[in-house]
Design a binder for this molecule. Structure first.
Ligand SMILES: Cc1cc2nc3c(=O)[nH]c(=O)nc-3n(C[C@H](O)[C@H](O)[C@H](O)COP(=O)(O)OP(=O)(O)OC[C@H]3O[C@@H](n4cnc5c(N)ncnc54)[C@H](O)[C@@H]3O)c2cc1C
Length: 389
């Protein structure tokens, strides 16, 4: 692995920076957990797509730029540096897209990827059920083959952006006699089919960040099966690898938070605010951890570009970034003291920023994408080779 950028990579960075400087909205968009913000974010995505920046590592024919994964990391660094909006279609572009690229038929690639890249079709992830969260193999929703269709029944929950998304990718039991990991299939379904009820779930702040989705004899075309029937678990594990190990949370996200933390600390010193003993070292530690995570990801990407795959080490990454995110937000709130709790839109807020909001979301990091306890189980069994019981 060569840590120096090539002239081509430097030129790519320059081009991305120039485009983002011109196009990133001057004012932050409304949250994509609200209908108005969802539309604003879709508009932003179509702008990105028109500029050729929606999904840089995808082939041009699918709406990408034909860049490689290293260039994607560079793009992500520039994206966060520019303070660009969150990616409303992250479940599509970062999780489902790479999975379709890996196991989809040529027809599925042509049908789904371009509209995903442009975010004309925004995707929700339908894995969790009321009795299948950590224990995902306990999925009960069924999709039973009937001629050219699957007839889908059951309930999914906690589907992020499910309140407004157009499509859902989910795991369903295609063999009703099966149990656990067997007999599950990966099915793609539009959310406007007859028999589907989407019920938004509001967060404590009133925003509909999630949805429950109910299926009542819903007829989904059989061509929407991704991978083999009954092989849904292994398809889902490929998706989970992208989610935990690489794409969902690129290092740039945490590096930019680390820089903001540094600035927050420096501003407190400039103001003469009292800061807790040891805060200087804590801030430096956060910054170094974010850099270490970035270097580790560069190593993973180099391996993937040489033909390697993401394995159980994705679980190590997931624990690392989710815990680091909480630590950085906690440190910032401690530096800010009581000011940290002021609503950033209020006149008294000054430069307090969105640390409190970020902290509340960071708290969910050890839960989504598979809880950190489950990641520790995976590490124990698959990396350390410890016995199950
Ligand atoms: C912000 C956010 C976004 C989400 N988005 C989506 C989405 O888009 N689509 C989707 O399908 N789901 C989504 N989820 C749901 C998420 O995947 C589940 O919350 C998660 O898998 C945990 O499942 P659970 O909530 O049922 O908790 P449970 O599985 O009931 O777990 C409860 C507690 O028990 C622990 N536990 C359970 N089993 C074990 C074990 N074997 N060993 C050790 N500890 C264990 C867990 O770690 C946890 O602390 C989202 C969740 C959050 C917070």
């Amino acid at each position: 692995m060569d840590l120096a950028y090539t002239p081509e990579q430097d030129a790519f960075r320059k081009e991305a920076r120039a485009w983002l400087e011109t196009h990133v909205p001057a004012q932050p968009l409304v949250s994509f957990d609200l209908a108005e913000g969802f539309d604003q974010h879709c508009e932003w995505e179509s702008k990105l797509h028109a500029g050729g920046w929606a999904m840089v590592p995808w082939p041009v024919e699918y709406g990408g730029r034909g860049a490689n994964l290293l260039e994607w990391l560079i793009f992500e660094e520039e994206y966060y540096r520019a303070g660009a909006p969150g990616r409303v279609n992250q479940n599509g572009i970062f999780l489902l897209g790479p999975t379709i690229m890996e196991v989809g038929s040529p027809e599925q690639k042509a049908r789904f990827l371009p509209k995903m890249a442009s975010s004309e079709e925004v995707w929700a992830q339908g894995w969790s059920e009321p009795n299948a969260g950590s224990d995902m193999a306990n999925i009960q929703a069924t999709a039973i083959r009937d001629g050219d269709h699957y007839v889908v029944n059951g309930q999914k929950t906690w589907a992020s952006r499910g309140a407004y998304a157009h499509w859902l990718f989910g795991l369903f039991r295609t063999d009703p006699e099966s149990s656990r990991h067997k007999g599950l299939s990966f099915v793609l379904t539009p959310l406007d089919l007859p028999g589907i009820t989407v019920r938004p779930i509001q967060k404590i702040n009133g925003k509909a960040a999630f949805a429950e989705v109910f299926f009542d004899d819903v007829r989904v075309p059989a061509e929407n099966l991704l991978g083999e029937e009954g092989a849904g678990w292994s398809v889902a594990m490929a998706t989970a690898g992208f989610e935990r190990g690489l794409m969902l949370r690129s290092p740039a996200r945490f590096q930019s938070t680390a820089w903001r933390l540094l600035e927050c600390y420096r501003a407190a010193l400039d103001r003469g605010d009292p800061v807790a003993p040891g805060m200087r070292e804590r801030v430096a530690r956060c910054w170094m951890d974010a850099e270490a995570y970035a270097l580790n990801t560069y190593q993973t990407v180099s391996r993937l570009m040489a033909g390697g795959k993401i394995g159980a080490e994705a679980s190590l990454n997931k624990i690392f970034w989710s815990e680091l995110d909480i630590e950085m937000h906690e440190a910032a709130l401690e530096v800010l003291g009581p000011r940290g709790e002021i609503d950033p839109s209020s006149p008294a807020a000054g430069d307090v920023g969105s640390w409190l909001d970020g902290y509340i979301f960071a708290l969910s990091g050890p839960i989504y994408a598979g809880t950190n306890q489950i990641q520790r189980n995976i590490i124990a069994e698959r990396i350390l080779g410890l016995p199950r019981k």
